[in-house]
Design a protein around this ligand. Structure first.
Ligand code: C2E
Ligand code: MG
Ligand code: MG
Length: 449
């Protein structure tokens, strides 16, 4: 195996093992930092920009698991060879993490050029890899940053490239993102929200709101979905589409979820006993084996009957670690908690999942419902989902119903359950009690509440 670094000439440093990645023979992270440090030094008097980039292989872990570690190592060696071969005489590539590579382009001066070079690397890595008798394919994501002024340190430059890489990964596979100032602003905003949210969760300031789920034929309310709501003193009302992903990424989702579930079950205790409560679980909670224990402990403490609780999970939640998700779900099911598949039809839908996993209920995503009246494909998809649910013995709820005509059409197709602004927006615990009193004024529930 060669022990030269990048495509640079083998020099004094190339014999220094402390700077070498033993698997691929590329330089390691120390070598990379050293190279960038030196280039910043060289550019002190000549502030010409240059580019650093970080490349991360997409989905390397599943390949490693599928083909074995030896094959994983072989692929990494092939990746390193391709990257090294694509560098010109000025440029360097190093391996800085398990499946992370960094490159330095001293002669790339603009964002357009940086993006173009990075796309070329992704292209080169997309050709198949030989793994014994078989072949594997990989994609990669890249984040780049440009050095513009003498104020920037190596660490800052690399952090910026990491931030850009994070944005690239979030937007899908095989993407290139070059760092911009707006990204920095966005990163700062996320940090502000994270800090405020941590404080709010400790102070118990996130509240459950409840949205009715109805029997579409009778319009009778059969249960409520719990939806977290948070208003910060300084930031104002922050929507869950913003704070839930941040809570997931920054490890706050567990405590947040426990707080909301505790408050929700306390509120729902006084509702009529035939109403269920549904509650969303995030994908990251389905890889944490404590999730089940926490939920059970809360139900025990609040005295809420587990048979009245449903958890809503998405297909994304099942993908990361299906075995772990299955174990958590089985633990919950054992005490009578029901399981719904949320947002069906969006994201990474797989019908195979419905064979492997038993769900009690499926929720058809709002995207189909909102176009049911004027879009033939949506209509056909909904009918197919309903037929499938009937065959598999699953209940169905259509989400996001806003108009009478949509509800009528769904009833006509045989959809039993519905949820949406037409029947009620999510409101807090007090307003929910008021809603229950009004809906059943003079009827059966007036006595019960
Ligand atoms: P979801 O679980 O699919 O919840 C349904 C979303 O659709 C809610 O948005 C609800 O307010 C909205 N919605 C309901 N009916 C209509 C309608 O007729 N029209 C329109 N335009 N929207 C409707 P919300 O409350 O903003 O929540 C967004 C997402 O955040 C939820 O999607 C869920 O994935 C997540 N989320 C909310 N609370 C929690 C929580 O406590 N824990 C976790 N893990 N996720 C939560
Ligand atoms: Mg939901
Ligand atoms: Mg949903």
């Amino acid at each position: 195996m060669q022990t030269t670094f990048g495509t640079g000439q083998p020099g004094r440093e190339s014999t220094d093992l402390a700077f070498t990645d033993p698997l691929t023979g590329l330089g390691n992270h120390r070598r990379f930092f050293d190279k960038v440090d030196r280039l910043i030094g060289d550019r002190a008097d000549d502030p010409a920009p240059f580019t650093v980039g970080i490349l991360d292989l997409d989905g390397f872990k599943p390949i490693n698991d599928l083909f074995g570690h030896k094959a994983g190592d072989d692929i990494l060696i092939q990746v390193a060879m391709r990257l090294r071969a694509s560098m010109d005489g000025h440029s360097t590539v190093c391996r800085i993490g398990a499946d992370e590579f960094a490159f330095l382009y001293p002669m790339v001066f603009s964002e357009e050029q940086a993006a173009e070079k990075s796309r070329m690397l992704i292209e080169i890595l997309s050709a198949p890899y030989d793994v014994g008798e078989r072949t594997a394919r990989l994609s990669a994501s890249v984040g780049c940053s440009l050095f513009y002024s003498g104020d920037e340190t190596t660490e800052i430059l690399i952090n910026k490239a990491e931030t850009a890489l994070y944005h690239a990964k979030r937007s899908g596979r095989g993407r290139v993102v070059v760092y911009t100032r707006e990204m920095e602003e966005a990163a700062k905003r996320v940090t502000r929200i994270e800090q405020a949210l941590r404080r709010a969760v400790s102070a118990g300031e996130v509240e459950p709101h409840f949205q009715p789920i109805v029997d579409l034929n009778t319009r009778r309310t059969i249960g409520f979905e719990t939806l977290a709501r948070w208003t910060d003193r300084d930031l104002g009302m922050v929507p869950p589409s913003v704070f839930i992903p941040i809570a997931e990424e920054r490890g706050i989702i567990g405590p947040l979820s426990q707080l909301v579930l505790r408050k929700a079950t306390e509120a729902a205790r006084s509702w009529p006993k035939d109403l269920f409560l549904s509650f969303n679980l995030s994908p990251s909670q389905l890889v944490d084996q404590n999730t089940g224990l926490h939920i059970l402990a809360i139900l025990e403490r609040t005295g809420f009957d587990p048979r009245r609780l449903e958890i809503e999970i998405t297909e994304t939640g099942l993908m990361t670690d299906p075995a772990s998700a299955e174990k958590i779900v089985e633990d919950l099911r054992r005490v009578g908690i029901r399981v719904s598949l949320d947002d069906f039809g969006t994201g990474q839908s797989s019908l195979g999942r419905l064979r492997e996993f038993h769900f009690d209920k499926l929720k058809i995503d709002r995207a189909f419902v909102s176009s049911i009246l004027d879009d033939r494909p949506s209509e056909h998809i909904i009918r197919a989902i309903l037929a499938m649910c009937e065959g598999l013995g699953m209940d169905v709820v259509a989400e996001g119903i806003e108009e009478e005509a949509q509800a009528d059409r769904l009833v006509q197709f045989g959809c039993a359950g519905g949820q949406g602004y037409l029947f009620g927006k999510p409101v807090d615990a007090d307003a929910t009690l008021g809603y229950l009193r009004d809906s059943y004024r003079g009827a059966l529930y007036a006595k019960a509440i």
